[in-house]
Design a protein around this ligand. Sequence first.
Ligand code: KG4
Ligand code: ZN
Length: 348
Amino acid sequence: MPAILAIESTCDETAAAVVVDGTLVRSNVVASQAAIHAKFHGVVPEIAGRAHIENILPVLKEALEQADMTLAQVDAVAVAYRPGLIGSLLIGVTAAKTLAWAAAKPLIGVDHVQAHLYSVMLQSQGERPTEPVQVVFPAVGLVCSGGHTALYRLDDWTDIRLIGSTLDDAVGEAYDKVSAILAQGYPGGPILDRLARQGDPKAVHFPRTLLGRDSLDFSFSGLKTAVLYHVRGVPGKNRPPRERVVVGKELADIAASFQAACVEVLTVKLKRAAKQSGARCILIGGGVSANNALRAAMQKFPLPVYFPRLEYCTDNAAMSAGLAAVLFQQRQFSSLSLDAITHSQITR
Ligand code: KG4
Ligand code: ZN
């Protein structure tokens, strides 16, 4: 299997990585823009695009340096060219095309969502995997992040079908918005995850939106609004006279109760999807797959469940480099006319 240099710039992380043999991560450099977007409690696309331009070359240089390789030594250049913010994607795609052309290397465009599913396969250099990752197909995959909450049936790493997705907010987006409602920082996921450890998940009963009996779709906007109304009161009904700041035990209880609702919805949908697909294992990727309560809940799942190592949950380029090795083996190369595309190639 080849050594692949990959670039990630789909949203607000500028990243580059070198992965050997599809699984062994030689370097994984991520320049996060979280601090820049924090005051807006979400990603501002124009700011993200400009930051990618500033970060891309230093990040690429560091990824090759850390891998102790030159561009001439890699077998291909990969890039996450979809889905994402167009102004962000364009920077990574342009950089990858330029490197591939200049070094006469094959170019491999990968789907970012597909790469999140593949991230469970990655191993860090010098560390032994904690348990063998033996993905058996068909598998059900869940990508849960700030931009996506979707379920997939995988018959192979490149034979994937969308079987459910969110009708409104992504679960990570709900974490980020609830964190803002609670006057906490951005990104909200890790903050609420930490606060929830001190809280009672049964303190407040927030709604679990499961939609129809067999539905594999998601909806998190009602849950987000329920937290808003719980904190600030219902407009025209019991709105408190002044904005209330929630602190201490109450804050921890709300975080834990919100998290319990998220985790229950995700696990119920995974059970449904596994049953409907005859799945033999479960793959979970994306920023929210770092969540402690989700990981704990899935320990009781009746099938093998694979999560990525923590450093490969949020956006990174190693997952794209790993998936690109599979495409390399299949000779699925892209032409230099590769274009950035805002939506995923995986459809129902
Ligand atoms: O995969 P990612 O870096 O970007 C997207 O593709 O969207 O995911 C970022 C999202 C954010 O919404 C963040 O709040 C959430 O993942 N997140 C978490 C945790 N760590 C990150 N959500 C819940 N628990 C966590 N521990
Ligand atoms: Zn992502």
